[in-house]
Design a protein around this ligand. Structure first.
Ligand code: SF4
Length: 170
């Protein structure tokens, strides 16, 4: 598939985390009409259809952006229902937020010792993350022991100037 220079310029404006998906969508739409060249107009149309929802809006400035990091090991048996329930109903550690809070990410630490967290928080800072919650599964003794790295993970996030809250649904 051939991309015009203008089309490449336009696709490079798309947020990194949806760019690959956007390229596939643009090329798929062009193929359906029997073309093998992508123009800036193709990118504009795809943006309206598939990407615009993911772009920042002026209203985002008034929102509190929240992320949850949780235990990689526990994620094999837990889909995160209690964390989402607590957030959706603004209970427990989420009771402090109003309607302007938005959960923008829910990710695992990547396994001991949780080094993935720092890289992902760097990415989230491009999307104006305000607060990162350490999930309750990292902090409570249960079927799994509590995370021995939780405090280091917390310090690593705080060093970036991001507030950390300990817990989600407890
Ligand atoms: S670093 Fe902590 S949260 Fe991550 S897998 Fe290990 S125990 Fe779980």
């Amino acid at each position: 598939m051939q991309w015009s220079e203008e089309a490449l310029e336009e696709i490079n404006k798309v947020p990194g985390f949806v760019r690959k998906m956007a390229i596939k969508a643009v090329e798929s739409d062009a193929k359906k009409t029997g073309r093998n060249e992508i123009t800036a107009d193709d990118v504009h149309k795809a943006r309206e259809r598939y990407i615009k929802f993911a772009e920042k809006t002026p209203e985002d400035k008034n929102k509190i952006h929240i992320a949850v990091v949780r235990c990689e090991t526990v994620s094999e048996v837990c889909p995160g229902i209690a964390c989402f329930r607590a957030f959706n109903t603004r209970q427990q550690q989420f009771a402090q937020y109003g309607d302007n809070a938005e959960m923008i990410a829910f990710f695992t630490c990547g396994g001991c010792s949780g080094r993935r967290v720092s890289r992902l928080v760097d990415t989230l800072m491009k999307y104006d993350i305000d607060v990162v919650h350490l999930s309750s599964c990292m902090l409570l003794e249960g079927d799994y022991p509590k995370c021995p790295h939780a405090q280091q993970i917390k310090r690593n996030i705080e060093k970036k100037g991001i507030r950390v809250v300990e817990g989600t649904h407890h």
